[in-house]
Design a protein around this ligand. Structure first.
Ligand SMILES: Cc1ncc(COP(=O)(O)O)c(C=O)c1O
Length: 399
């Protein structure tokens, strides 16, 4: 028997939700179903809200000392969910994973240094690297038309010839939802350690493994990975609390973290905010059942979308993820250029998806669909998509 309700459609307008507020700015219209930015349209676990309320019952909101109980909650969570053993000194607070990446880029590389990414990948990686005057080096994922793998041979070649200082790994990999296997992660670590490359591993989707699959944290993959790895994670995607901006960093190698953690501390980049910590601790301590039920719901949404698309929408295919609520949708079978594809999705289907090319040139012919919403919303969006695709196919057949 389920305790939590994920079916109710909750009106988020008027809550300053980016998913709605930025529709006009990003897509040029707001009368569309927003299935883009990666948060969930589900009510959070009530314990989180109750915990925040309890704290706000006290009328003084003074300078905040993060309690040890918070770090205990994080390490217990990582031990229980990912069999990780983490010590207090390995961890530090960061106000958001993208900011964590930015701190790594700023402290551990210099202007003009090269930083490696593997597109198609979460687009802020590129923005942070280029915005800080560093150079992007790409090692695109290999795609055989059905699934993606990492190009390890090319990685070794690039590390040797281009000498990047850092690699930003996405594990699981947004937008495709791949959980990299231990062998692949260990190979990445071996190549990067040999080449003197620090690996920053963004694992924000790591708690969202589907169908009981296991998340493999990069720093746990091998001895090499432990030496050169920086793990970034958060309860934000896990419990749908990105608005609380609560994330953490784990560096197991004391040599790698000593000066870096000190720099974060003196600049107060790692000073936790009360609201972030209170909400996150409640989530880690009381949100597990909610998470498990939410993941079951997302799995059912994935089955629903896969079946609907394969039965009803010719020329469109989904790449099934190992993790998370984002689906990489392959529209290449429609034979549309990217502009026409995005026009069709917006103007005809009235759905706002992330344009695949945001994630790199390799995303041409793709878009990213967020299925973290009530099934009824998805059903309506897919009905619209079916009609829009049929209309476009009729036009191309008749022209
Ligand atoms: C891979 C990845 N990293 C980071 C973020 C954003 O993290 P934060 O809001 O903590 O900066 C997202 C959000 O979609 C993401 O998918």
């Amino acid at each position: 028997m389920n305790k939590y309700d994920f079916d109710t459609v909750i009106d988020r307008r008027g809550t300053s939700a980016i998913k709605y507020e930025w529709l006009d700015g990003v897509f040029g219209r707001h009368d569309v179903s927003p299935l883009w930015i990666a948060d969930l349209d589900f009510a959070v676990c009530p314990d989180i809200v109750n915990g925040l309320r309890r704290r706000l019952d006290h009328p003084i909101l003074g300078y905040y000392a993060c309690p040890d109980s918070y770090w205990e909650a994080v390490s217990q969570w990582l031990s229980r969910r990912h069999a990780m053993s983490v010590k207090r000194e390995d961890m530090t607070f960061i106000p958001g994973v993208v900011r964590g990446i930015a701190y790594c880029v700023n402290f551990l590389t210099g202007r003009g240094d090269k930083v490696l990414i593997q597109p198609p990948v979460y687009y802020p990686f590129r923005l942070v690297i280029e915005g800080n005057g560093r150079q992007v080096v790409e090692n695109p994922l290999l795609f055989d038309g059905k699934s993606y793998t990492m190009n390890l041979e090319e990685l070794a070649r690039i590390v040797e010839t281009e000498r990047p200082k850092m690699m930003i790994l996405c594990n699981p990999h947004n937008p495709i939802g791949i959980q990299w296997d231990r062998e692949t992660l260990a190979k990445v670590a071996e190549i990067c350690r040999r080449g003197g490359v620090t690996v920053v591993s963004d694992e924000i989707h790591g708690d969202l493994m589907l169908y009981g699959r296991r998340h493999i944290p990069f720093v746990e993959a091998s001895e090499d990975a432990r030496e050169i790895g920086i793990m970034l994670g958060a309860p934000s995607k896990t419990f749908n609390i990105p608005g609380l901006v609560s994330s953490w960093m784990i560096i197991k190698n004391p040599e790698l973290r000593r000066d870096f953690y000190q720099w974060l501390e003196v600049n107060e980049f790692s000073a936790p905010m009360m609201i972030s910590v209170v909400g996150a601790e409640e989530a880690y301590r009381h949100g597990e059942r909610w998470l498990n039920e939410m993941l079951n719901y997302v799995e059912a949404n994935l089955e629903f979308v896969d079946e609907y698309v394969s039965k009803n929408i010719p020329g469109v295919r989904i790449i099934r993820p190992d993790a998370s609520f984002l689906i990489w949708v392959d529209f290449r079978g429609l034979g549309l250029c990217q502009e026409d594809l995005m026009d069709m999705l917006l103007d005809k289907a009235r759905i706002a998806l992330n344009d695949g090319t945001m994630f790199g040139a390799q995303g041409k012919g793709f878009a990213r669909l967020n299925i973290g919403c009530p099934r009824a919303v998805l059903a309506e969006a897919l009905d619209h998509l079916k009609l829009a695709v049929a209309a476009v196919c009729d036009c191309t057949a008749n022209s």
